[in-house]
Design a protein around this ligand. Sequence first.
Ligand code: FCB
Length: 437
Amino acid sequence: MRFPPGFGWGAATSAYQIEGAAKEDGRGESIWDTFSHTPGRTRNGDTGDVAADHYHRYAQDLDLMRDLGLRSYRFSISWPRVQADGSGRPNQRGLDFYRRLVDGLHERAITPMATLFHWDLPQALQDAGGWENRDTAERFGDYAEAVFHALGDRVPVWLTVNEPKTVVQNGYLWGHHAPGRQDPAAAYLVAHHLQLAHGLAVRALRAAHVEGRIGPALNLHPCYPADDTAEAATATRLYDGYENRLYLDSIFKGAYPEDVLADLGAESRMVRGVRDGNLKIISSPVDLLAVQYYTPIYVTAQGDTVRRWPTSEAEWQQIYPEGMYDILTRVTRDYGPVPITITENGLPCPDTLAADGTVDDSARIDFLRDHFAAAHRAIQDGVPLESYHVWSLPDNFEWAEGYEQRWGLVYVEYPTQRRVLKRSAHWYRDVIRRNGL
Ligand code: FCB
């Protein structure tokens, strides 16, 4: 099973989850600092203060990437490192870190792919209303512009907002991610402002006259009816609207889906928050679509969800590789042949470091093999998939789950910060070398 020549085998991380160095070199506070330091919010009270200490150990991590043979590395830039309080003159020391990182990637022939926002909103902007405030989207456009000026010559692919839906759902509906709200009315206004932020960043890139390509990073969940009743089909359609089309249609079709708008209602904060010209900004042409796939969703006639497949250590994840094929072929069918990169896909495993120094994560190997095969089949069926990033490179701070869930190809022994390649990393190296399975 060979992949196209030059296929971009990669791995993904995000700033708050790996960097640590929370108070160094002028970094300001983010909402995840606040949230993780609030008692009861994360498992064991874990925080990203140190994380995988990547800020100090990045050179070693770059060597690991080279040893694995990675061709692409998808990371995120911490907004509060670049602008401590979310606006104003950029902090050169913060930018310098990312400059060292991207230079180090180029030296090792690894292509950088940078995400501008992976959830670590500057706390000062949250204090001013966060994503409920339209101004935060404007601030994001300015921040993006500063980053493009500093790094635009070295980063060929940019991603705007990582998983806006997770901010909406986990951050504002269920409250188990920062900023920890349970406010449905606010949630969808936040969705709109995140989409607006995306569009403003796309425009900022074009205005900065740098070469790079840019697109959104969306976690897409294929939605299936739980049974074959007409009611389940109808409920699934609306569910799909909230999970997928809200984000895809606004970017690729310049309109929010009618069924979702009707369900929210004309008087909702979101619908009232959409101003003239906003959708034009949101649908500014992009160069690629980044898809993050973890799980399918099965919807009952009542609009509830049920589980059909075994779950992983993450209770929200059902293991269903076919869903990868379905979502990739579906976006190509419904939104045109836009180049696609998979920016996240992976599995948490109860990894332990054995006495002989190995970490046997065979379940992760099975998971990745089956998902690579599904992606390969999608390519054969015409999906313009150009790269695939496994989540994640090292074990890291898994948000509310703290350090208990291990998602990495590389084991991190946190007390010593020692890195150990898991069996899956050795296996992945061979996949990359063979360019296939
Ligand atoms: C995604 C996030 C990423 C990581 C994985 C497991 O939703 O983008 O940061 O937490 O899930």
